[in-house]
Design a protein around this ligand. Structure first.
Ligand SMILES: [Zn+2]
Length: 104
């Protein structure tokens, strides 16, 4: 499997996204600023999810499992952040609300 995608970019040079799984190793790359720093960018994610052949390869190599683990953990983190916000509001209401009541 060897895939090359080119993403048109109006402001700078087009980004090139590549995937290949030769010699028992699967590799992806992207020439965008994030990709050049080996950060998982939206371009790599876009094609790994849109291209079934890439998705299948990732499954074969056991990498899709790790990606899904990342997604699940990220969702849990979002829920925990929401929960923390609610608790902070409750705490503020109790502390600051009580303070105002005493003062008045
Ligand atoms: Zn990219």
């Amino acid at each position: 499997m060897n895939k090359v995608y080119e993403i048109e970019n109006e402001s700078v040079e087009n980004y090139i996204v590549t995937f290949n799984d030769e010699n028992g190793i699967i590799k992806a790359s992207c020439t965008c600023p994030a990709g050049q720093h080996c950060t998982l960018c939206k371009h790599v994610i876009k094609y790994m999810l849109e291209d079934n052949e890439i998705a299948e390869s990732l499954k074969e190599y056991g990498l899709m499992k790790v990606y899904n683990e990342y997604i699940e953990t990220n969702e849990k983190a979002d829920k925990l952040k929401e929960e923390a916000k609610k608790i902070k509001k409750k705490f503020a209401r109790l502390l600051l609300g009580n303070y105002r009541d005493k003062k008045n």
